[in-house]
Design a protein around this ligand. Structure first.
Ligand SMILES: C[S@@+](CC[C@H](N)C(=O)[O-])C[C@H]1O[C@@H](n2cnc3c(N)ncnc32)[C@H](O)[C@@H]1O
Ligand code: SF4
Length: 397
């Protein structure tokens, strides 16, 4: 007999395989963004088959029998706190959807899977080519690679896909949209129109991860759609400002980004605006100043998140030379001392842990120089003009 309180105390249980699917722009589907078990591909497989595919059934059975599912290690091996994905999902959904877990067959099958939380990246169509990103997520990146690639889409015919998802629309609680850049994707607009037609504007949490470069598509303004929804979180990916932003996130016009931030703040009371900073070797030197800037323009400290980069490993902040690690550690410590927001403090502590975790300078800094130099040539940019503090360590072999 499955017991709710036991599940809440479990070290391995997560509600995700009962209520959620994650799809990459290629159409590949996974149980969540931290689990690499490919369940199938939306271009070839039906959602109705994916939700009871052999691998997701195995995952459910293991979780119920308190066996650690191997592919969940990225989440299960982390300390349990508010940021842990399974903790967030269990807190938000376990009580409400416990009945789904209770009706699970011995082999892990669920007859009445409820598609409550969606994370679908409709395509890799994007108007930027951020240095730490790549062609998997951005068509703009195709300009800088030799290989001739086609745009990736979760469904070749999106109208047929919309018909297929029809039965699941009623169960949606939350949608996370990224990409590529969703606001400039035709699929995004068709999908939102469908939600509006189905009267789902009042009770869905709509969440975006966006480069915030554009708020229009053809003759439509996204505010006209966003105003119809009650609850929206726009998470802007911003890694620095002005020239640094334009260097890291090629395709950025910083003035336009600021304009878009201010327009959201002024015109949309139903939107929470947050910022995700991908912390890496190219922006660690301005992290404190950039946070001060964000707070100055009324981004609440709770809404500033650090996405500390792990890959490509030569962009990781543990590649910094020791003397710069010490300099930035002191700067961050001093800033933390002046802060009274625990969420932001914890974020900075996480950055410090990563930066000081391993000394990868000898191994990786030359790779950073080499990769940056190659991109500079293709983009007609000069890394050392933007990051002059690396001049004394710079080595191109
Ligand atoms: C792939 S983008 C897609 C959504 C949208 N285009 C955007 O930039 O927000 C999603 C997030 O991944 C981050 N990102 C890009 N490259 C990364 C990397 N190598 N490691 C970690 N995060 C990365 C981006 O900064 C962004 O916040
Ligand atoms: S805007 Fe997003 S998807 Fe596009 S290149 Fe940048 S990080 Fe990648």
């Amino acid at each position: 007999m499955i017991n709710l309180n036991e599940l809440k105390k479990s070290k391995v249980f997560c509600i995700a395989p009962w209520i959620h699917l994650y799809a990459l722009p290629s159409g590949d589907v996974f149980p969540c963004c931290l689990n690499d078990t490919k369940l199938g591909n939306l271009n070839n497989d039906k959602i109705s088959d994916l939700i009871n595919s052999p691998l997701i059934k195995k995952l459910r059975s293991e979780m119920i029998s308190e066996t650690k599912p191997e592919p969940c290690y990225k989440c299960l091996d982390q300390p349990l706190n508010d940021w842990t994905h399974r903790n967030y999902l269990n807190n938000r959904y376990l009580d409400k959807h416990f009945d789904l877990v209770k009706q699970t067959s011995k082999n892990g099958e669920v007859k009445d899977f409820k598609f409550v939380y969606w994370d679908f990246r409709f395509s890799n169509y994007c108007n930027m080519k951020c240095r730490m990103c790549g062609p998997e997520y951005s068509t703009k990146w195709y300009e800088d690679i030799e290989e001739k690639l086609q745009i990736q889409k979760i469904a070749n015919d999106f109208d047929i896909f919309l018909e297929e998802i029809d039965p699941y629309i009623k169960d949606i609680d939350k949608i996370f949209m990224a990409g590529g850049e969703s606001i400039i994707m035709p699929e995004h607009w068709k999908f939102l129109d469908k939600l509006i037609n189905e009267n789902r504007c009042d009770d869905i949490l709509l969440q975006y991860q966006t480069n915030l470069s554009k708020l229009t598509f053809k003759d439509r303004h996204v505010f006209d759609i966003w105003k119809k929804f009650k609850n929206i979180n726009i998470c802007a990916s911003l890694d620095g400002s002005h020239k640094l932003a334009e260097y890291i996130r090629h395709g950025t016009n910083w003035k336009k980004i600021e304009e878009n931030i201010f327009a959201i703040q002024k015109e949309l009371s139903n939107v929470t605006l947050s910022v995700s900073i991908t912390v890496n070797l190219m922006n660690i030197h301005t992290l404190v100043n950039f946070c001060k800037y964000l707070i100055d323009i009324d981004i609440h400290p709770n809404e500033i998140a650090f996405n500390v980069l792990f890959y490509p490993s030569f962009y990781s902040i543990n590649v910094l030379p020791q003397e710069l690690k010490e300099k930035y550690t002191n700067e961050i410590e001093e800033y933390i001392f002046s802060l009274d927001n625990q969420i932001l403090i914890n974020g900075f502590r996480n950055v410090l842990d990563r930066m000081n975790s391993n000394d990868k300078f000898d191994l990786e800094f030359k790779n950073f120089c080499h990769y940056s130099n190659e991109l500079d040539k293709k983009r007609k940019e000069t890394t050392l003009e933007i990051l002059p503090h690396y001049e004394k360590y710079w080595k191109i072999t």
